[in-house]
Design a protein around this ligand. Structure first.
Ligand code: CMC
Length: 425
């Protein structure tokens, strides 16, 4: 596998250390640093900026060129020609389904959309104002208490059943969080509807009144799901892989991914974008917030701008922006004050040298927050929708981890604490 070698000379070690260099199918070569341990050395890379933690075949990102591929297919092409469930299949299986496989997959997902009736009692333990992400972390972890029949992580069929269950039940649980917060009855899933339509039905329907989403809104919802479906080794996916490396059950692992996603630097950004727009409140105040974002002494950052990997543009943001325009036109709300602030902010930040020099572009969450707000989804649900969307990515990476020889994840450290000393006599 290694056709090249790197040689590292270290002060105090006589011979150069030879390290194998591997080439992937795309992207930069990686240096295998494992021989360093035998020489008493570790590498140091806080934030994993330069570290490939695994080998993976699922998703490829070229941040410099703004490229995102799932199974080799560009995200723009998938967004235009495919749908969320098809992308779920692609992530799980590595290939697009044919028509029969697609129908079969969609039918299996539909057969798993209900959650155990006892799950509904869990909700009563939460205050009505509980953050829905807190409920999701708990309820998804709790699924492991119900599905003992599919918890053998070494059985490929068990892993597959868990994938179906998670992809199918996440919208149901997400919508239950919302219904609980507003005191409305939970809506059972409807298997005659498409995945996104069914989610909108469970969110906005009531037993007294059917909700009929417009095709534009259902398509926009599906696109939000699709564009967030996977993003290789981001913080939450790496968390799922790390939790999975200990042999923890898949529901516990996905729950840990949801917890990691919650933070505002990751999936919490879409909620933070809307909170920030509300905080700005008026177009005249934008320059003040731009100055704050540029001030190194001020922790304030422009939410929805910047990305660890994309240094050119976020290809998902381009598609999301187009969808955003369609949704706003469909709903006739493009003149809403917060949306006006968002558009003006985007324009100013894209021209400001601070943001241009640092290549800080609007990311996917800048536009997804605006679309979700326009659809009528409350801000606190935004990150839940990200979690729902990212589930096939998490479960595909978890499955990939368990499908080949693996070891528990166990990073090392640069210790700078006190040296060994004796307990005071
Ligand atoms: N507003 C103002 N300045 C920023 C921002 C921002 N949103 N993002 C980065 N910077 C500055 C940062 O201060 C630094 O400046 P300097 O070089 O002068 O010290 C420079 O840009 C590089 O930033 P960094 O902190 O080294 O970048 P990072 O790769 O560690 O962080 C990030 C990436 C996404 C956490 C960060 O850009 C950020 O906090 N953005 C806002 C939150 C956000 O929108 N997150 C969603 C990411 S997309 C969804 C997902 O996949 O999770």
């Amino acid at each position: 596998m290694a056709d090249k070698k790197a040689r590292l000379t270290v002060d105090g070690i006589e011979e150069a250390i030879e390290l194998p260099v591997y080439s992937g199918t795309e992207g930069p070569d990686v240096i295998d640093v494992r021989p360093l341990t035998g020489k008493g050395l570790f590498t140091y890379d806080p934030g994993f900026v330069s570290t490939a933690a695994c080998e993976s075949k699922i998703t490829y990102i070229d941040g410099e060129k703004g490229i995102l591929l799932h199974g080799g297919y560009p995200i723009e092409q998938l967004a235009d020609n495919s749908d969320y469930l098809e992308v779920c299949y692609l992530l799980l299986n590595g290939e697009l389904p044919n028509a029969e496989e697609k129908e079969q997959f969609s039918n299996i997902v539909k057969k798993h959309t209900m959650v155990h009736e006892q799950m509904s009692h869990f909700f009563n333990g939460f205050r009505r104002d509980a953050h829905p992400m807190a409920i999701m972390v708990a309820c998804v972890g709790a699924l492991s208490a119900f599905y003992h029949d599919s918890l053998d992580i070494n059985d490929a069929h068990h892993r597959e059943v868990c994938a179906f269950r998670l992809i199918a039940k996440m919208p149901t649980l997400a919508a239950m969080c919302y219904k609980y917060s507003i005191g409305q009855p939970f809506m059972y899933p409807r298997n005659d509807l498409g995945y996104a339509e069914n989610f909108l039905h469970m969110m906005f329907g009531t037993p007294c009144e059917e909700y009929k989403p417009s095709p534009v809104l259902a398509r926009a919802m599906d696109r939000i799901f699709l564009l967030h479906a996977d993003h290789e080794q981001n913080a939450s996916t790496s968390t799922v892989r790390l939790a999975g490396s200990s042999g923890a059950n898949p529901f516990a692992c996905i729950s840990s991914g949801i917890a990691a996603l919650w933070g505002p630097a990751h999936g919490g950004a879409n909620e933070a974008v809307l909170n920030m727009l509300e905080q700005i409140g008026d177009e005249d105040k934008i320059p003040e917030f731009i100055e704050r974002a540029k001030d190194p002494e001020d922790p304030f950052r422009l939410m929805g701008f910047g990305h660890r990997v994309y240094r050119n543009f976020d290809p998902r943001a381009k598609v999301m922006k187009a969808t955003c325009d369609q949704v706003l036109a469909e709903l006739g709300v493009d003149d809403e004050p917060l949306l006006r602030i968002a558009k003006r902010l985007e324009q100013i930040a894209l021209e400001d040298p601070y943001f241009v020099e640092r290549k800080l572009y609007p990311n996917v969450d800048f536009y997804s927050g605006i679309i979700l707000k326009a659809i009528g989804i409350p801000t606190s649900m935004f990150t839940v929708i990200f979690a729902l969307s990212r589930t096939p990515g998490w479960i595909s990476h978890w499955n990939e981890f368990h499908s080949s020889p693996n070891r528990i994840g166990r990073p090392r450290q640069l210790y700078t604490g006190p040296q060994k000393r004796d307990y005071p006599a």
